[in-house]
Each structure stands twice: as C-alpha cells, then as structure tokens.
Design a binder for this molecule. Structure first.
Ligand code: UN1
Length: 502
C-alpha cells in the first residue's frame, strides 16, 4: 500500500474532508484493512457535519465561476485529469486491488474506465446540444439550451471506488457543475488518492475546490448531504435499501436523484448457443470481482436440451478459477470485501439449499474473506433467487420455452443487466423487443458485466431508473431551458388566443 501511495505522491494520509487542501481532522477515526491479508492499510479521520459544510460551501463558491467558464475549456481541464489518471493508472489500480480486493487486471481496468469517461467527457464538452423548434407564431424563434445544474452530491459504493466517481464527476465537470463526493467507508483510500490526482490538476488552473471529498458517516454527513438544498442532484450507487431512503428524502425536497442500485442479472442460454462462448462469459460475469459488481451474473436460465452439455463445462471451469492474493499472477478471484460479506454468502447458500437447491460447485468459505465461487442448481421460483447477494453465487435454472425463460428472468424486483446466448436472429430480437428483457442493459452473446462507458448505464424497477456514464446521461447533470424569442413587432399569442386591450 505504501508503495502505491508514495507512487501517487501521497505519503501523508489525511483527514476525511477535503476542499482542495486538507481540513483539520476530527477525532472519529476508522481503520482501513486489506480484505485479502487483513493488514492495516491506513487510518482515516472522518469528516463531521461542520467539515461537510465547509466543503460544500467551497464547491458552491467555485461552481458559481465554473458555470461561466466555456464548456470546451472545462473539457480541456477534464482532459488533463484524464491524463493525470493515465500517469498513475498502475499505482491507482494497485491501490484499488489492495483496498477492495480486485485482481490486478480489474483494478487497472477500473482506472481505465475512469480514463475512458474523461475522454468521452472531453468530446462531450463541445456537444452539449440543445434542439431548435419552429415556432407557430410569425417572427418567433424557439430553442432550448442546457445550463449547468449546480453542485452535485455523489455517493459511491466500495466495489467501484474510482470509476463510479469518474462517471459522475467527469460529466458533471464539463456540464459546469461542482461535485461533492461521499465515498464508501470501505474504500476511503482510493477516494483520497483519486481526489488528490484530480485536485492537483484543478489547483494548477485555479479551480481548487471544484471537487470536494467528504469521508463521513451516513448518519451525520450522509443525511446532511441528501437533505442539503444546495445540492439539486444526488447521484447514489449502492444497495436498494440505501437508494430507497435517498430517493424518498431527495424527492421530499423536490430535487433530483440518480439512482444506480442492485441488480439480479441473468443470462438465458438457448439451444443454438455457442457453448464455449457462453461458458467463458458466464464464468467472468459470475465470478469476476468475486461477484461484487452490480452487474454480476446471479442467475442463468439454460434450455433443458443443452443443460447436460453446459453444466459440466461450467463445473469444470469453476474448478479452474484460481482464488487468492488479488495481486498475484494467475489469480482470477480475490476476497470478499469483509466478514459481513462472507456471512451473507454463507447465509445465501444455506438458504438456497434449504429451499431445494443443489450444490454443483463451491459452496464454502476458504479462509479469511476468501470464498469458493459457487454454482447452485435452483428449483423454479426459489425465494432466494429474488435477492441480490453480493458474492459469487450463481443459480442455474432449466427451461423449455424462451418466452417462459424471459418471464422468469424479468420476474424479480431488480432490472439492471441481462443477456441471451443464441445464434438465432429471432430469439435475439425477441429478447431485445418490448416483450423481452425488462432491464436497462440487454446484451446478445456477451455477459452481463463489464459494460463500456459509451452506453447509458443503469436499470429499471428497484435498480432505481437512473442512467450514468455515456449516451445522453449528461442531461441529468444539467437544467434545460426553453427560450422563445420574438423578433417581430406584433405580439401574437400561442393557441390562437386573442387578448386585445382597447
Ligand atoms: C457497479 O458494479 O456498480 O458494467 C458498476 C460493469 C462496470 C461497472 C459496474 N463497467 O460491470
């Protein structure tokens, strides 16, 4: 860890509240442990509400200037933040691995995702397009323009401690917004490093404080943040329980929330699927990141005619997943984040077996926070299959009819990601049609996880409905203004109304 931090120029670990430079620490301190080794990585002093206040006030002050700085020039600064992330990709990726247990390739991949969204945002800074409309009135012109929204509150989860901030912050910055970030208390070191990398670029250009970081507890800082009338948008990633609360509080003050919550992602494997392709996709989607992505594959629906061929392939592949030190060569799966996650894993397996499931692979804790990737043959409508357990547990269900498989796939509270494996045009198009997958993401012949940043990312139902990252997600970070201009000498009213005086 120390190597990573030194490489990042961060030898001096710091208090939890940052607005450009460090603020005085409070006495509320948390220990941060490496989930793989249990080693103490660092201690972080948490911010209290008074420190939160200072960070938000500073962000709002800077945003008042930033909103008038031309968008392409905002993009130029985001470009430099992307370059600064490129320069520390290896170190920052290692820090992600050390702090949350991702394997090396996935830690690096996460930072790459941040670099990609920075690049995307640079281009976007010249493309914040509004429409023009033809007015029904003579000598009138109508158009819409997009203005910065203000200062955005961003709440992130432990599992993407760098990239989810970037999805929000890079877009928000080119849109003319400031960002105040409350990261997970399970991944504060990555947040500090990420914040400092961006802040150094901002400071060089006189924009220090545009991005604020507040590492604090939900009960104090979190509650204050979601109730804060200075924050017109709260973008939150995490559990459905958290998102329901955030959504209700933010709606109560008639502000906007952008929620990216749990998934219960599924793959349907049709009889004509390429099984070698499907096997590889299933294993990465289910066991990658130790099952701790919101896009992790949790259920597969396998056509009965091919389950005898596919299941042994999966069991064999599961046997080859090397679990261990996430930074060691050849390891494909690191640890779960903490003991609570291991408990949830064990509880889900016990429940699944009690509900009629049959263990096909894995099924037990190995040591420490390490668990075996687990495959369970489920019976139809098993209650546990409706829940998201943030662990590498995959339920396998057989089906006879594609429409029924789609029905089962959709018949859960969540709606994030989904895929079908087929070589049939008809099956693929049915899956993608209005009576197909009800998820925000629906793929053909690739897995459920590992989405590219260019698409809008998010899902329906209890997943929260928000869209982050690519496509036109930027619109959530701006306010739309419709403008009607009269360049004539009359005052015709719309809808043909006459209202003449005298
Ligand atoms: C998350 O788990 O919260 O599609 C985000 C993926 C990644 C993002 C996951 N690009 O798996």
């Amino acid at each position: 860890m120390l190597n990573s931090l030194t490489g990042l120029g961060l030898s001096d670990l710091n208090p939890g509240a940052w607005a450009g430079s460090a603020l005085p620490a409070s006495s509320d301190v948390i220990d941060v442990h490496n989930p793989a080794s249990g080693a103490l990585l660092g201690r972080v002093a948490l911010a209290d509400v008074a420190q939160y206040e200072r960070v938000v006030a500073e962000a709002c002050r800077v945003q008042a200037e930033w909103r008038m700085f031309p968008a392409p020039r905002r993009g130029e600064i985001v470009r430099q933040i992307g370059d600064a992330l490129r320069a520390v990709k290896v170190e920052l990726g290692e820090l992600v691995s050390l702090e949350v247990g991702k394997i090396r390739a996935e830690g690096q991949g996460e930072v790459q995702e941040s670099i990609d969204i920075a690049d995307f945002s640079v281009g976007l800074s010249r493309q914040l397009y509004g429409l023009t409309m033809h007015s029904e009135r003579p000598s009138h012109r109508m158009y819409e323009q997009w203005h910065p929204l203000g200062t955005i509150g961003v709440i992130t989860a432990f599992n993407f401690p760098n990239a989810v901030w970037a999805w929000n912050a890079m877009l928000a910055a080119v849109c003319g917004d400031a960002v105040v970030w409350k990261p997970s208390l399970k991944a504060p070191l990555t947040a500090i490093a990420t914040h400092v990398v961006a802040e150094q670029v901002l400071a060089k250009h006189g924009w220090s404080g545009l991005f604020g970081l507040v590492i604090g507890r939900d009960a104090g800082v979190g509650e204050t943040m979601i109730r804060d009338p200075r924050l017109p948008l709260i973008s939150a990633t995490g559990s459905v329980r958290m998102g329901r609360h955030v959504g209700q509080v933010v709606a109560g003050r008639l502000a906007r929330s952008l929620l990216e919550l749990g998934g219960n992602n599924a793959i349907i494997v049709e009889p004509d699927a390429d099984l070698a392709l499907a096997t590889r996709a299933i294993v990465f989607a289910a066991a990658g990141t130790a099952g701790q992505r919101c896009t992790t594959l949790r259920r597969i629906f396998v056509h009965r005619s091919i389950s005898g061929a596919l299941i042994p392939k999966l069991v064999a592949a599961y046997g080859q997943i090397k679990v261990g030190d996430p930074l060691a060569e050849g390891v494909l799966m690191g640890p779960l984040i903490d003991a609570g996650a291991v408990e949830a894993y064990e509880h889900a397996i016990t429940t699944a077996l009690a509900q009629g499931g049959e263990l096909l692979a894995g099924g037990r804790r190995l040591h420490g926070n390490f668990v075996a990737p687990t495959l369970i043959r489920a019976v139809r409508d098993m209650a546990i299959c409706r829940e998201e357990t943030f662990a590498p547990i995959l339920y396998v269900v057989e089906y006879d009819d594609l429409a029924d498989a789609i029905h089962m796939q959709n018949d859960v509270p969540q709606g994030l990601s989904s895929s079908i494996f087929t070589n049939s045009f008809r099956s693929a198009e049915l899956f993608l049609s209005a009576k197909g997958s009800d998820c925000g993401i629906a793929n053909v012949n690739i897995g459920t996880s590992g989405a590219e940043i260019g698409g809008a990312f998010g899902g329906e139902k209890e997943t929260g409905g928000g869209r982050e990252s690519g496509s036109d997600s930027w619109k959530a970070y701006m306010r739309r203004q419709t403008n009607t201009l009269n360049y004539g000498t009359d005052l015709p009213l719309a809808q043909g109304i006459r209202f003449d005086v005298g």
